[in-house]
Ligand binder design. Structure first.
Ligand code: DX5
Ligand code: ZN
Length: 243
């Protein structure tokens, strides 16, 4: 069991078996007028982490939230906050989000001129450091930072919007990362983000993903807590059945 995966498992009191795959609800898809209520709902399903999408209108053609929202959520819940920085300048803003309450911070490979330095900086600031790759970015770009990253986030849609269609090639990239992790005896968790729901959670789990981000399939469901439980169960069943 690697370090980041073991850490994530320890967040959920339900026990190791329940938690081989973590579902991270993405609040981007929540109703922001009722954000607290929405977070309480997924807490009821026992989630250990929620996913917070930060967009700057430059790296992606959309905006989301700034540090005041992170601070409010931090005061409201003990659930860990996974921040996905879809921004041009993570070196300036990662420390600010960590100070506001982010536990995990992922930065896009595509914007980091000194990726090694940025990942070290995130860890030095006290957060788990993740590196994200867009659908068009090959896994090979990460070869020299896999020993620094606590987790790798594979985008399974182009970042910027919720509710998009899952890009199947992402699973090939996940399998490649699993292989590299084994071959090199490394230690990072694998996260996937975009277009995951009941229809593909089994494939995602079988490919070897540890952390699954789910936005619309959770918060647009009639009962978000039940949606998390259903996805969690489907992931566990997929891992227990050999096909
Ligand atoms: C997309 C964001 C995702 C988004 C996923 O740019 O990074 O985290 O919330 O939403 P769904 O699960 O609806 O594809
Ligand atoms: Zn995201």
């Amino acid at each position: 069991m690697n370090r980041a995966r073991a850490w994530a498992q320890s967040l959920n009191p339900s026990g190791a078996d329940f938690n081989r795959v973590q579902i991270l609800p993405s609040i981007f898809a929540a109703d922001f007028v009722r954000l607290g209520e929405e977070i309480r709902r997924v807490e009821q399903a026992g989630v250990g982490m929620i996913h917070v999408d930060i967009m700057d209108g430059h790296f992606v053609p959309n905006f989301t939230m700034g540090t005041p929202i992170t601070e409010s959520i931090r005061r409201f819940t003990h659930v860990k906050l996974d921040h996905h920085l879809m921004i041009e300048d993570p070196d300036t803003y990662a420390p600010i989000f960590i100070k506001a309450g982010a536990d995990c911070v992922s930065v896009h490979e595509e914007v980091c001129r000194n990726l090694d330095r940025t990942l070290h900086m995130v860890r030095e600031q006290g957060a788990k450091a993740g590196v994200v790759i867009n659908p068009a970015t090959p896994v090979s770009q990460l070869e020299n930072v896999l020993d620094i990253a606590d987790y790798v986030l594979v985008m399974s849609v182009n970042p910027g919007y919720g509710g998009q269609k899952f890009i199947p090639n992402s699973l090939r990239k996940v399998r490649e990362l699993v292989r590299m992790r084994e071959q090199r005896g490394l230690d990072f968790a694998i996260e996937i983000d975009g277009g995951v729901g009941m229809e593909n959670i089994a494939d995602v789990a079988r490919a070897g993903v540890d952390w699954v981000v789910a936005g619309s399939s959770v918060f647009h469901a009639p009962d978000p807590a039940q949606a998390v439980r259903d996805m969690q169960r489907a992931a566990e069943e997929a891992l227990s059945v050999r096909v």
